[in-house]
Write a protein that binds this ligand. Structure first.
Ligand SMILES: Cc1ncc(COP(=O)(O)O)c(C=O)c1O
Length: 347
């Protein structure tokens, strides 16, 4: 059962699902679950991969379907890092802790390339990523766009430049869990996976489409790596309930775009209220969370004040980000509560 805690510490969705999603759940015929899907007989993976193939303009064989972005990532890292002797993986300096964990599970060794702090954002140095990749020659290179927790992203041209200038046998996984917040233009995916066989782009319904509990992740793979696509296939089909809900979510783009606009209100409020205060820095974010540097002296007081109101935000512990908060962009009243609480703690 849901409790009354406001979890703004884990990049979840603090809004309602779309009407179409609610209807799909209401109208789902339980008998569907008595049977495996039949679509596999037609040489397809799922009704979702078929729909994703239409939306993204990528051939269905190159569409990956998994249980969350987490599952795609785990499958890819386990698959490629155990395939031959090269067990090296290169990841961003500040990134989702899970990358390291999964690499460790298959005795991978990881190196990190730096992210650079600018005026109001962290940034990749594309030339440096290329240089690190050529020098280390990892089996896998992980890029996250937007990156968690720093919120910065890569452009199509930057991804293409990296792909053009690194070894062909390095598999590049671009974690785009939060990418739908930037734009609904997906045409760059078609051209990237059409051109680079060593590229995987990973996406999810957990963030923009607000369904982390559904555990539906998907991705696109460059042509020529069908072995990995086959490895991730679910031969008896995907979860049929998830399929029905996922289709409804993918069909609710306008609703979720409206929610994303509401998050923009939150970004602006954090910037306006905290951006110019001594000891604070509000980083630019293109995801459903925002990174804010704060005066660490108020940490305990702030933690307590938030807990008293049943709020949780993420107090970063990563080396180099100890003085930062990562706050999920929630509903307006939640954002207002967090801002007011922070302001009270510094006065
Ligand atoms: C950067 C990043 N990638 C992927 C995920 C995975 O999300 P999911 O497994 O729910 O699709 C997360 C979850 O927070 C994340 O922060």
């Amino acid at each position: 059962m849901q409790n009354d805690m406001n979890y703004l510490d884990r990049n979840e969705f603090n809004f309602n699902p779309s009407e179409k999603v609610i209807e799909a759940i209401r109208n789902f015929d339980p008998k569907t679950l008595c049977f495996y899907t039949r679509i596999y007989d037609q040489g397809k993976k799922s009704i979702i991969t078929v729909r994703l193939s239409e939306i993204y303009g990528v051939p269905e064989e190159q569409v990956l379907l998994t249980y969350g972005g987490e599952d795609l990532l785990k499958n890819a890292i386990h698959y490629y890092l155990t395939k031959d002797d090269n067990k090296k993986i290169l990841i961003p300096e500040f990134s989702w802790w899970y990358y390291n964990k999964v690499a460790g599970e298959c005795n991978g060794t990881f190196d990190m390339y730096p992210l650079h702090e600018g005026d109001d954002t962290f940034a990749y140095d594309v030339e440096e990523v290329i240089e690190y990749t050529n020098r280390i020659h990892p089996r896998m290179l992980l890029l996250a766009s937007p990156n968690n927790p720093t919120g910065n992203s890569l452009t199509y041209e930057e991804i293409a430049r990296i792909m053009e200038n690194i070894p062909d046998d390095t598999i590049v996984l671009v974690d785009e869990a939060y990418a739908c917040f930037i734009t609904n233009d997906t045409s760059y995916i078609t051209s990237l996976v059409g051109k680079y066989s060593n590229l995987i782009i990973s996406r999810t319904l957990s963030k923009f489409y607000g369904l982390p509990g559904l555990r539906c992740g998907f991705g696109f793979q460059g042509k020529g790596h069908e072995d990995f696509a086959n490895y991730t296939n679910k031969y008896l089909g995907y979860n049929r309930f998830s399929e029905a809900v996922a289709l409804a979510a993918l069909d609710s783009e306008d609703y979720y775009r409206g929610v994303a606009d509401e998050m923009e209100w939150g970004r602006q409020l954090y910037k306006k209220e905290l951006g110019n205060l001594p000891g604070f820095k509000v980083y630019k974010s293109v995801a459903n969370f925002i990174l804010i540097k704060y005066p660490i002296e108020i940490k305990e007081k702030l933690q307590q004040a938030l807990a008293d109101q049943h709020y949780k935000i993420k107090f970063m512990a990563d080396k180099g980000l100890e003085s930062c908060l990562r706050i999920t962009l929630g509903r307006k009243e939640q954002t207002q509560t967090v801002v007011d609480t922070i302001l009270r703690c510094i006065n």
